[in-house]
Every structure is written in structure tokens, then in C-alpha cells.
Design a protein. Structure first.
Length: 221
């Protein structure tokens, strides 16, 4: 999220971003980039509606918020399953639904969803996360067909193993193994994902829609 804010702000965009818990980090990014930070739980309809109510116009929506959980499906509490889907899927739905009327005012716009390579192929001990990210892929493909005539593109980035806080629970041996399994022999960075988002938001990609762009260093092909 921070990388995307920095990337879009650097090209001169006026950026508004949502965050839920990390107030200190959010305010630091806002101060650094000039972006506007809004505290909101994207799984909450009222919170999303309030956040978008202050926007007069919109050109690009990046749905990148996501949470994960490791564990066997047989030992996954229902509350964990529900929360994974609430943030990863319901949040994408609510933000997208709030953004579309703003896009329709201009008869153009770009929606960029962030899924995962596990949404494409599945991951053991991440069934709930894989299922939620697969839902984001399905949403992307279907919505692209629905909004094309309105000049709105809808695409999805499917990251591979990215060096972010989400992977901090993995030990160094596991991370080294994942790096070695990646043909490019390195982990991805937030900048890799942000650059892809910039491309999908650019007019040079305005005939690309409904696509799943794998940014995974060749981990899955």
C-alpha cells in the first residue's frame, strides 16, 4: 500500500488511501507524499461510504488491502475464515461499488485489484486465503465484462513471494527456499507491484481489461 501511494504521488497524482490500524505509519506516508490518509475498516459498509463521500472525482482505484492466516483448513476457526473473506473480498466489493459512480461521471477509470499467485494455483495451509484471492480474480474477470462499455478497465495483479510484513512470520530458511524456487532468484518487492499498478493505470494500457498479471518472478508459469 505504501509503495503504491508513493508511486502514484510521484507521478503527480492526488492520492487518498485507506488504512485500518497502523496510524503512525499511515501518517508518516501521508506527510512524506502529500497524500490523504483515512482510517477505515474496508469490510464495513458505513466506513467505506464515509471515506468515499469526500471524493469529488476519481481516476484510479487500487484494491490492495489483504490479510492472511496460516493453518490447516480442518483447524481454521469460522471467525478466521469470515475475516479473511471480509477484508480480501467484501472490502474489494465495497470499495469498487463506491468507486464506480465516480468513474461513470467521466466515462472512464481503472480498477486494479491485487490478488495472489495462490489465488491462481492454491497453497497448502492457506486454503482460506487462496479461496479469497481466487474470488478476487473471478470478480475482476466478471466486472471487466460489465464495465467495458463505460470506459472502465478492471485488471488484477497476482503477486508472487513479496518481501513485506505479511511474510515476516516465515523464518529465514523458508524465505531462502522461496527465493531459490523463483526463477529470477530473488524475492519480489512492493515496488515491483506498484510499478505494475502504475502501468495498468496508464493510458498506454487502456485496451487491457479483465487480465490477471502475474508478478511473481516466474514462480508459477
Amino acid at each position: 500500500g505504501a509503495a503504491a501511494v508513493r508511486a502514484f504521488a510521484a507521478r503527480g497524482d492526488q492520492v487518498t488511501f485507506l488504512y485500518e490500524k497502523n496510524h503512525e505509519a499511515a501518517q508518516a506516508v501521508a506527510k512524506e507524499t502529500g497524500a490523504t490518509a483515512i482510517c477505515a475498516d474496508i469490510s464495513d459498509h458505513a466506513a467505506v461510504a464515509a471515506a468515499f463521500a469526500g471524493l469529488r472525482e476519481l481516476d484510479v482505484l487500487v484494491n490492495n488491502a489483504g490479510i492472511c492466516h496460516y493453518g490447516l483448513l480442518s483447524q481454521t476457526p469460522e471467525a478466521v475464515w469470515d475475516r479473511i473473506f471480509a477484508v480480501n473480498v467484501r472490502g474489494t466489493y465495497l470499495c469498487t461499488q463506491a468507486a464506480i459512480p465516480l468513474f461513470l461521471q467521466k466515462h472512464r477509470g481503472a480498477i486494479i485489484n491485487v490478488s495472489s499467485m495462490w489465488g491462481q494455483v492454491g497453497a497448502s495451509c492457506e486454503v482460506h486465503y487462496s479461496a479469497a484471492k481466487a474470488a478476487v480474480i473471478g470478480l475482476t474477470k466478471a466486472l471487466a465484462k460489465e464495465t467495458g462499455l463505460s470506459g472502465i478497465t478492471v485488471n488484477c495483479i497476482a503477486p508472487g513471494v513479496i518481501d513485506t510484513d505479511m511474510n515476516k512470520n516465515l523464518d529465514s530458511e523458508t524465505m531462502e527456499y522461496l527465493k531459490e524456487e523463483t526463477p529470477m532468484n530473488r524475492l519480489g518487492t512492493p515496488h515491483d507491484i506498484a510499478r505494475t499498478a502504475l502501468f495498468l493505470a496508464d493510458e498506454r494500457s487502456d485496451f487491457i481489461t479483465g487480465q490477471i498479471i502475474g508478478v511473481n518472478g516466474g514462480f508459477i508459469i
